[in-house]
Structure formats: structure tokens, C-alpha cells
Design a protein around this ligand. Sequence first.
Ligand SMILES: [Fe+2]
Length: 254
Amino acid sequence: MSKVVWLTDPHLVAPGHEPPQGVDPLPRLRAALAEAAALHADAARIVLSGDLVQLRNPEAYRLLREELERVRMPFRLLVGNHDDRAQLLDAFPETATVDGFIQSAEDLGDVQMLYLDTLAHDGKHHGELCPTRLQWLERQIAAADERPLLVFQHHPPCDIGVPALDRLRLLDNTGLARLLKARRAPTHLFCGHVHRNVSGRWAGHPFATLKSLHVQLAFDMRQPRLVYSDEPPGYGVILVDGGDIVVHHRDLPA
Ligand SMILES: [Fe+2]
């Protein structure tokens, strides 16, 4: 059985910077990493699915590196709409890239991993997968075998019924849908960005989103603007056993 610890949207700020929404992200990240180290040190990977730092906080990447190195577990990083590829690579130069995008594939033995880069080209907050990224993804999916495939990306690919979030999803999802529909073997999509636990099925496969390690976004199906909520932060634990995939959602004390 393989275990993956899934964290998302820590929105770290550099020391001395104003905490977003009045909440310091650092103690929440530390709580999740401490629990991961204590209870899930057997995990094959910690995956952070983007918004690693708050917008325009390049020094926060070094802080993230210090925190991750302390737990001594292998990790993989994705970019979100608050991230900057060059700044991330400056602090984490070992990060795999393809054609300048922070995406990669990894074989963990009994599970195959894909880490996608859905950052928009012009600094916008919605998600994009341009032809270059989709062509790479097409090759990866064609090369994948019958073992479960876990696909991580920051932006969810479909509407979830919360208008403020739906306008910021992966807007053109047709390429991704076509590629996923062509795959029959066990496949699961994992997305950040939503700052809520949501699950469902899209393009023939299950997907899940996850609470932020920082603050949550309200379950508001009417408001066109983003509304924050005081729900506690959380993280996920993914178990893969043969063709079976289990996703746990764990809340942390706020
Ligand atoms: Fe976020």
C-alpha cells in the first residue's frame, strides 16, 4: 500500500509581512507538518498542490523550504495562482520542470503520479493548460499503465456550484477532459485552489479538492465574490492499495 500526504494552499508570508485575512499561516503549516511527521512518516510523498506562498512574497519560499526540510519527508510542489515559477525555482532549484512549466511525472512503484502546472500565462487567477502542457500530458497518459494514476493540479477542472470559485477554475477544460476520458485504468484527480473539501466525478474519474492549510472559503452558492469562513484548516491522506484509492480529510485545530 502507498500513502501520500496531501497539503494545499498554505499561503505563507515572509517574516514581518502582514498575515492574509489576519491569520498567520505559519503555525498552521507547522501543525500539519508536525502531524505528518508523527503519524505519516511512512508516506511516500508530501504533495503541496499550490498557492505555496501569498502573492508577492518571494522570501516565503525559503521559509517553506526550512519547514519542509525539518520533517525529512520527500515532497513535491505545484504552482498555484499566488505562486511565481522563477521565485519558486530560486528557492527549490531541484524542482523538475518541462518546457519551463513546473510539471513532472513520477513512478512510486504501485502508483503513478502526475504533477501539473495550471498557472495562467498572464498572472490571472484562473487556470490554464496550454497546448505545450497538454501535449506533454498526452504523452504521460499514453505511457501510463494499469496501475493507479494520481493527477495533482492547482485549479479544479469543473464548476462546483460556488460562483466565486467557478469563474477561477481551469477555464478551458476540454483538452484535459479528452485525455482523461481516454483512460480506463484507476485514475484520481486532486486539486487545490478551492479552500474546501469537495469531491465528485468529472471526465469519467473521481476528483477531490482540499481545505487550505490557511483560511477557508465559504460554502456560498450565491455570492459572486470570494467570501472567507472561519472553518478550521485541514489536510489529506491518500491511500492506494492495488486498484483502490482512499482519501481521508483531516481537520486541524484552528
Ligand atoms: Fe489558495
